[in-house]
Design a protein around this ligand. Structure first.
Ligand SMILES: [Zn+2]
Length: 152
């Protein structure tokens, strides 16, 4: 079932409260998902589920500053799209993956925003676009979220 932005935001907030962390790396671990780093060039990361083992693969080629977002995006797939093999979906089929990508991006952005707010960031001083750019977050996601993040 598609999730709207508000529902995803709610889900992220509940996840943070339940596990008491905003770190996508810690959350992955706490949700029983393995993190693997591999020298893949075609993608920054992907999520796979094989024989009940859940794995987030992150490219060692990715920019260090973007690792949190990449992990958060794949965690979004792992938690929101558990039944779907995203790697297969995005690389081997013509099934439109757009909805799933959007949901994972919104999930990741909400998680990163929550993390930065907890760290004491205030958006009076810098724009959401600066935050997005420094974390490797697609700008289209910022536009989609700006409607209810009125303090951004
Ligand atoms: Zn994705």
């Amino acid at each position: 079932m598609p999730m709207n932005n508000t529902a995803i935001r709610q889900y992220v907030q509940e996840l943070i409260e339940k596990h008491n962390t905003c770190s996508p790396f810690q959350l992955a671990e706490l949700c029983g998902i393995q993190l693997v780093y591999a020298p893949i060039k075609s993608l920054q990361g992907y999520y796979i589920k094989s024989s009940r083992i859940k794995i987030i693969v992150i490219s060692t080629e990715a920019d260090d500053a973007h690792l949190g977002y990449i992990c958060a995006h794949e965690l979004g797939h792992a938690l929101l799209h558990d039944k779907i093999n995203m790697h297969y979906l995005t690389t081997k089929s013509y099934f439109p993956a757009g909805r799933y990508e959007r949901e994972a991006d919104v999930f990741a952005t909400e998680l990163m925003l929550a993390g930065s707010m907890e760290a004491g960031c205030h958006y009076e001083d810098f724009s959401i676009y600066d935050f997005m750019r420094s974390n490797g977050i697609p700008e289209k996601v910022a536009e989609a979220l700006s409607t209810y993040h009125t303090n951004l």
